[in-house]
Design a binder for this molecule. Structure first.
Ligand SMILES: [Fe+2]
Length: 170
């Protein structure tokens, strides 16, 4: 039996209902990994129409979470960021993301950004998913083409991210 976008959305809805906040994080990751492992899910949702960097393929009317497909064609080193008041799950569909994790060494104050320094790196291969809690700071680096299945706790088009700056560049 195939795992569909509707199945994924329904499983996330049920998890958020039963285990709000971070309590359901590992379950949500498992559902994303289940979708990533399903050939039919990938061929249906990662079609040739998905050429831009960001496509919202589902937005939940009650909980507000979004299921997104991202297509990045070129190498890029991302800047450390959080997602403001939202959590997010990164799921690797194609290619490899080296996700660096960062910690705050000096909190933001007034107009000054929070200063952060790098901690470990998580190498995300196809099929892997990782949950970033509200406030978790991370930066995705990629050496080439990458496709992601990503869940946002809330539509990030409508969210202001925190001001963050690496400590070396301060
Ligand atoms: Fe992010």
């Amino acid at each position: 039996m195939t795992y569909t976008l509707e199945n994924l959305a329904g499983d996330i809805r049920q998890t958020l209902k039963d285990s709000p906040g971070n309590a359901g994080s590992s379950d949500i990751c498992q559902f994303v990994e289940k979708a990533l492992g399903d050939e039919n899910f990938i061929s249906t949702n990662f079609g040739t129409d998905k050429t831009g960097p960001r496509h919202i393929i589902y937005e939940d009317p009650d909980f507000g979470f979004c299921i997104c497909v991202h297509m990045y064609h070129d190498a890029q080193n991302g800047k450390p960021h959080d997602h403001g008041p939202s959590w997010a799950v990164y799921g690797q569909a194609e290619g490899v993301t080296e996700m660096t994790h960062w910690r705050i060494v000096k909190p933001a104050e007034g107009d000054s950004p929070a200063l952060v320094e790098q901690e470990e790196t998580l190498v995300m291969d196809p099929g892997m998913a990782h949950f970033y809690k509200v406030g978790d700071i991370h930066a995705p680096n990629r050496a080439g083409k990458v496709a992601l299945l990503r869940i946002e706790g809330a539509n990030l088009d409508n969210i202001t991210r925190s001001k963050i700056q690496p400590v070396q560049a301060a």
